[in-house]
Design a protein around this ligand. Sequence first.
Ligand code: BTN
Length: 325
Amino acid sequence: MQPRYQLLRILSDGHFHSGEALGATLGMGRSAVWKHLKTLAEWDIVLHAVSGKGYRLAHPLELLDHDAILCFVPDEARSLLPHLEIHHDIDSTNRHLMQKGRLGAASGHVCLAERQQAGRGRRGRAWVSPFGANIYLSVLWRFTLSPEALSGLGLAVGVAVARALQDAGMPGVALKWPNDILWQGRKLAGILLEMTGELSGACSVVVGVGLNVRMPRQTAAMIDQPWVDMETALDAPVSRNEVAGRLLRHLALALRQFEADGLSAFHDEWMRLDAANGKPVTLQLHNDSIAGVGRGIDASGALILDDNGVIRHFPYGEVSLRMVS
Ligand code: BTN
C-alpha cells in the first residue's frame, strides 16, 4: 500500500495527528511523513498543518472499504457479484473492466475507484473524478443476448440507479433520456455503457456509473453543465460505502432482470421517473435540432417527441436531449 494512502487512512478520521505519531505508525521519520503528505495535493486533498498539533484533513474522508460496501449488498445480489476491486487511482474503471473482460473476467466483476485520471463520459467527454469525493463504479456483465436486444439496457440501468438513490434516502430523483440522473434539473449521475461483441453473438457490457456525492468546489469548475451532488441535495453527510453498496445491489438485480425480461420490466417505472414527460425539449441531432414536447419512451426505449402534433420516435444513439427551462 502506498505510504500516502496509509497516511490518508489514518487522517481520514478528521482529527489532528502529529508528524511523530504518523511516522511511528508507518516506520519513517517526520521529514519523510511530510514529503508523502505534500503529495496528497496531487489528489486535491486539503491538509491543515498546525504547529504543536500536527496534521488533519480539511474535511473528514470516508475511504471506500470492501466490507463496508458489502454490508449493503444482500446475499441474492452478492451471489451475482463474484469479485470486487477497489483502486486508489486508476485511469478509468470502465477501461479497466473492458480489458479484464477481454482477458476472461467473470460476469459480475466490479471495479470501484477513489479517483479516475481519465474518467470517460458519454459522447467522448471527460468525467471529472476527484479523489475520495464521489462514486466511480463499473460492473462487467456477460449477456447471452445479442447487441440489438441490449438497446434499452441504459434505461434499465437508469431505473436501477434511481432505485438505489431512493433507498439511500434521496427523494426527487428523475431520469433524462437516455442516461442522465437528475435532481431538480441538475445532473447528479451519469451512465456509460461500453460493449464488446463476441463470436457466439452474445455480448459483454461494462456498465459504468459516476455519481456526485461531495464534489470539491475547486474541481467543480471543470464541469461544463448544471450539476449537483448528494450532500448538497440532502444537506447532510452521505456514506459513500453505503451508496456504493446500494448501487451494486440494484445494478446486479436489474441486470439479471433485463437479461430475463428486457426493457418491459422497467418501462413503466422509467416513465414515472421521466424528467421530460409533457415538457418542452430540444433534441440535438448531428447538425440539426428539433423542438417539441417529451412523451416518454416506446417499448424499444426510443424517445417519443411530439413535434407540433406529429409523434416521432428517436432511437438511442448519438442524439441528445435538452430540457427547455
Ligand atoms: C455521462 O457522460 O453521463 C456518463 C458518465 C459515466 C462516468 C462513469 S465513472 C465510472 C465509469 N468509468 C468511467 O470512465 N466512466 C464511468
